[in-house]
Each structure stands twice: as C-alpha cells, then as structure tokens.
Design a protein around this ligand. Structure first.
Ligand code: NAD
Length: 499
C-alpha cells in the first residue's frame, strides 16, 4: 500500500507523527493509500521554512512571480489526464468531472497571472501643498488554507494561486480523504520555478488545523468545508487575530415557475442534483415548483431521466453519469437521512436504497433518490445531505417559493427557471443568497468574478478569487509624503561648512 507524504521545503517528506488515515478507492471500497496526519511539530517546522522563504519571494517583482504561474498553467495542461485520473481514483467522480475540477482551478491561476495589474496600488498627486499620497498592497507573509474533499484540485488552487501571486508563502492542509492531487500540484509548481518553501502541503486532521489556528506567524486562513467546522475555524482564527475567510455548507433551491421550459428545467435538475453524486456545494438539492400542476409536470419529466442515470466507477469512462460517494460513512449518513425522510412523511418517488453495482459490491455507490412533498420541518430539508438525493417542496405561489429559499439557514447558491424577465429580476434583487442562476442551475462564477455564499454558507467579508482574493492576500499600506525643497542649483566644488 502506498504511503503518502507531506511536501515541505521543496521535497516530499514522510510523516513523523506515527498517525495515518486511510485513503480509499471509493469505487472498490479498498484502502489504496495511507495519509500521514501531521503533528503540531511538523506543522511548526513548515511554518518556520515558509517564514524564511517568504521575504525573498515577496520582494520578487510581481511579473516574475506571475511568470511562474504562467508556466504552472502549461504544466497543468500537460498533466491534465494524469491529474484527473489520480483525482477520480481517490474521490470517485468521473474523469470528465475531475478534469472540470482541475480546469476551474487552472482558470483562477490564469486570472492570477494578472497580479501586476491587481497589485498596482493607488496614487494621489498633490493631495496637499507638496504632498503626495499613495497606497500599496503588500503580502501578508505566511498564509494557510484548509480545503475539503470534494474539489481537491480546484479549491486549493483558488487559495494558493492568489496567495502566491501576491508574494505570500502558503501552507495547504488538504482533505485527508484525497490528498494525492494537492501533492502533485506542489510538485508541478516547483517544476514551474516556485522557490522551495513557498507552497508546502501539510497533510493532517484536527491536530494540524489547530496548530495552524494558533500559530502566531500565520497571518491568514482560508477554509472551505462544512459549516460547523467553518464556524469553529472562523471563531478561533479571528480570536487569535488572524484574517480568516470560511466557506461552509449549502442547501441550494431551484425555483421552477409555471412558465418555465419544463424539459430544460428537468435536464438542469438532473445534472445539478446528481452530478458528482451530489457532492458539490453548488449542487441543487431542493426543487421548488410553483403550483401543483407545475410540480406534477416536473416530477413526470424528472422520473424517467433519473431512472436512466448510469452510476458506476470512473474507469467505465463516458458510460457513467456519476460515481460513488467518498466514504462508507458518507454513504451511511445519506441513507440514514433518506430513511428519516420516509419516516417523516415525504414521498419517495425514486427509491435508490437497494442500489447495488455488480462487481463493485464493496464500493460506496448510492442510487439516485427523488422525494416529493417535502416540508421545511423534515431533516432531509434542514440538513445538507451531500448525496444523490433531490427533494421537491411544493409551493403555491412565487412568494412562498422565494420564502423557502430565503428562510433556509444556508445561502450559497440558488436558481430560478422562468421565461418571465420581471420575475427573474425580482428574484435576483430580493433573494438573500450569494450566487444566483437565472435558467442556469449551477451558477459558479468565473475566475474574474468572486465566489461566496451568504448566511451560514460563509463567514468573513471577502469572497474567493476575483478581485477580492487580491484584497484578502494583501495588506494596504498608505504613505503620505512631503519633500522639503532641496538644492536645485547644480554641483558645488568646495567643502561647505556645516553651519
Ligand atoms: P469537512 O468540514 O469535513 O472538512 C473540511 C476540512 O476541514 C478538511 O481539510 C478536514 O480535514 C478539516 N476538518 C474536519 N474536521 C475538523 C475538525 N473537527 N477540526 C478541524 N478541522 C477539521 O468538509 P468535507 O466533508 O471535506 O467537505 C464537504 C463540505 O464542504 C460540504 O459541507 C460542502 O458544502 C462544503 N463545501 C463548501 C464549499 C463552498 O464554497 N461553500 C465548496 C466546497 C465544499
């Protein structure tokens, strides 16, 4: 069995804590690798190395730093197949989906190549008599990020690309469930010319995270994962005086108006609800058709599409719509919530509970589920299921539908399907959610916009990537300068008395 490493000071480093966690192949259920779980001492060592390496990197001109990222983009494209295969093997998602994971990270790296433009600062000539005022953006120093299992390429790149482009050193603590791709990214960055110690990968669990939270040298922490951990990290990180941004869980509603193109809405729901086995923070997990007739038409369109979904291992290629979920524990949790939905009175229209894949009986596959008549008191509505389970909540009116999305504690993404511009506009204006799709089911903003939810889906005041990332990873320094008038007469050729 493969023993994975950390990536410290430009080299793979074996774990020394003696603690490991299992990395599964979710398709077969086999343990394929052991991930070292760092001790606080291992984390401290990485911070020491980062702190020593960062000043020279911070003083390197931004264009040279950007050139490293430019080369990194080439290497990501060169190794795309290799990265996607490694990602699918540990995560379980299909290979095209794994390529999307790498691609959406790569696009943020491309955006960060524009760092010289983003870091230019501001200048006011003659702010007062003989006074100029200017602001510059300087790196924070040593920064860190803690990332989830569901996008092991994209989310680390969303964090470390802007951090590095701004001249910081970055310590990545990826998910211990699929740590191989983050290690490969660190290798590629070094091949691209990044100096040692600027990007380090420290694998681990709560012990490593707590060491990050309490380390006095680490200036900022980015976190993406579930809401309870996001709240914990935000609270402890902020109370230690760090700059912290945390992105948490989701329960994304899609409102389907009576005038929507029902085929289009059903296709969108199937992709957004079941793609990546529902393990996306921007997955749609609640459909809200407006009016019983709309609901009946929608369910009628959804059922045959869902029953046709092909569930299988990534090795089956294009033949598969989605793969297994990440662990046996995740599978158990999903099936437990499905049971609770049945017990609490929701109608299970498509029942995936007995799903079994021949030859992959030990894999963590979950069949697709569709619930109708879900109500807000049910656990399947309140909780993030993070699996291939779509709930339908019937609303009588648009206002009632809007209210469901607005009253839910999460506020990551949402969508509306309608042909009516006025309704769409009203929805976009009034909804208290961060990312909105209008006839678009998964409205993930592109690299040059920013990504972030509202309510319990995000903590902190700046979003990920886009211009916000350059604010998050730099501090502003503002200089007011006045120069007394000096000699303007030209050279003097004799010693002057200092009187
Ligand atoms: P998770 O919260 O279990 O883990 C995220 C990270 O936190 C991992 O690196 C993990 O090692 C660490 N961690 C876990 N428990 C910890 C603890 N007790 N103390 C300190 N650190 C701990 O999340 P996950 O299961 O890896 O990812 C799925 C979750 O992430 C879902 O809730 C999903 O909605 C969310 N997510 C959100 C976004 C977003 O942008 N809002 C994007 C992707 C995923």
């Amino acid at each position: 069995m493969q023993e994975l490493t950390h990536y410290i000071d430009g080299a793979h480093a074996k774990g020394s804590s003696g603690r490991f966690s299992d990395v599964f192949n979710p398709a077969t259920g086999e343990v394929q690798a052991r991930c070292p779980l760092a001790s606080a001492e291992e984390l401290n060592k990485a911070v020491e190395i980062a702190a020593a390496a960062q000043p020279a990197w911070g003083a390197t001109n931004p264009q040279r730093r950007a050139r490293v990222l430019m080369k990194f983009v080439d290497l990501l494209n060169r190794d795309m197949d290799k990265l996607a295969e490694a990602l699918s093997r540990e995560h379980g998602k299909t290979v095209p989906d794994a390529k999307g994971d790498v691609q959406r990270g790569l696009e943020v790296v491309e955006y960060c190549i524009g760092a010289p433009q983003m870091l230019k600062g501001e200048f006011t000539d003659s702010a007062g008599p003989g006074i100029d005022m200017y602001s510059m953006r300087q790196p924070l120093g040593v920064t860190a990020g803690i990332t989830p299992f569901n996008f092991p390429a994209m989310i680390p790149m969303w964090m470390f690309a802007p951090a590095i482009a701004c001249g910081n050193a970055f310590i990545l603590k990826p998910s211990e469930r699929d740590p191989s791709v983050p290690l490969m990214l660190a290798e590629l960055l070094e091949e691209a010319g990044l100096p040692k110690g600027i990007l380090q990968v420290v694998n681990g669990d709560k012990e490593a995270v707590d060491a990050i939270l309490d380390h006095p040298v680490i200036q900022s922490i980015g976190f993406v994962g579930s809401t309870p951990i996001a709240e914990y990290i935000y609270g402890r990180g902020c109370s230690n005086g760090k700059r912290v941004q945390c992105f948490g869980g989701a329960k994304n509603h899609m409102i389907v108006m009576p005038d929507a193109d029902m085929d289009q809405a059903a296709d969108a729901l199937v992709g957004a609800g079941y793609g990546a086995a529902g393990e996306r923070c921007m997955a749609i997990s609640v459909a809200v058709p407006v009016g019983d007739e709309t609901a009946d038409r929608l369910i009628e369109k959804l059922v045959p599409r869902i029953e046709k979904l092909k569930v299988g291992p990534y090795t089956a290629g294009d033949d598969v719509d989605y793969g297994p979920v990440v662990t046996a524990a995740a599978k158990e949790n999903i099936l437990r919530l499905v049971e609770s939905g049945v017990e609490q009175g929701a109608k299970l229209v498509v029942d995936g509970r007995d799903f079994n894949l021949q030859g992959y009986e030990d894999g963590f596959f979950v069949g697709p589920h569709l619930f109708d008549n879900v109500t807000p008191e049910m656990d399947i509505y309140k909780k993030e299921i993070f699996g291939p389970v779509l709930s339908t909540v019937r609303a009588k009116t648009y206002e009632e539908a809007l209210g469901y999305a607005m009253d839910h504690e999460y506020g990551n993404g949402t969508a509306i399907f309608t042909r009516d511009g006025d309704t769409a506009r009203d929805f976009a204006n009034r909804i208290n959610i961060g990312m909105i799709g209008i006839n678009v089911p998964i409205p993930v903003p592109l690299a040059y916009h920013t990504f972030g939810g509202w309510k319990k889906s995000a903590f902190g005041d700046l979003n990920q990537h886009g211009p916000d990332a350059f604010k998050f990873y730099t501090r502003t320094k503002t200089i007011t300068s006045r120069w007394p008038s000096g000699l303007k007469e030209g050279g003097e050729f004799h010693f002057k008395a200092m009187d």
